[in-house]
Design a protein around this ligand. Structure first.
Ligand code: HEC
Length: 147
């Protein structure tokens, strides 16, 4: 009888240990999983970031090529004909939607561009105007066709 009691005691405590053990054994896989979750979005972010950069660069080329710079100055620094657009990203009034409306439909003195720009091009110009560091367009290889 005594021996049975002795045997059953270690068995229950083993069972208790076993219920604890799997979770402590899971610590390593958990750490690895959390680590992976932390690093996995980085390539996705890099991809998204480079897509954004590509849009900003395309916008920089369009801004010059489509004649925006003619009124708004090179890189949108402003000129006699139109206001500066350099700080428009900080201007809460000029939401992307409002900018898109201004570009497509024009304003008081600004002509509409709905005929000469696609939706994607408008989006690229807005990405350029909203860029923290505006990319400098590469020098034009051939003279730009007149708009
Ligand atoms: C003929 C000159 C002219 C051209 C070309 C021009 N704009 Fe404008 N733009 C203006 C003027 C003037 C304003 C001020 C509001 C108005 O009169 O519509 C303005 C305003 C804006 C605004 C709103 C900012 C503000 O403070 O009013 C945005 C954004 C803008 N232009 C973007 C563009 C883009 C992008 C292009 C090229 C696709 C472009 N503009 C081409 C003259 C021009």
């Amino acid at each position: 009888m005594q021996s049975t009691a002795r045997l059953s005691y270690p068995t229950t405590s083993n069972a208790k240990i076993l219920t604890v053990m799997p979770s402590s054994r899971l610590i390593l896989p958990f750490t690895v999983a959390i680590f992976l979750v932390c690093i996995l979005p980085s390539p996705a972010h890099a991809l998204f970031g480079s897509k954004k950069k590509a849009a900003e660069k395309a916008g920089a080329i369009l801004f010059r090529g489509k004649g925006c710079a003619h009124c708004h100055g090179v890189a949108g620094v402003g000129g006699k004909k139109a206001p500066a657009l350099t700080n428009i990203r900080k201007n809460k009034v000029w939401t992307p939607a409002k900018m898109s409306d201004q570009i497509l439909n024009g304003g008081h003195k600004m002509p509409p561009f709905s005929d000469s720009l696609t939706d994607q091009e408008v989006m690229q110009i807005i990405a350029y105007l909203r860029a923290k560091h505006k990319p400098v367009p590469p020098p034009a290889q051939t003279p730009e066709p007149a708009q």
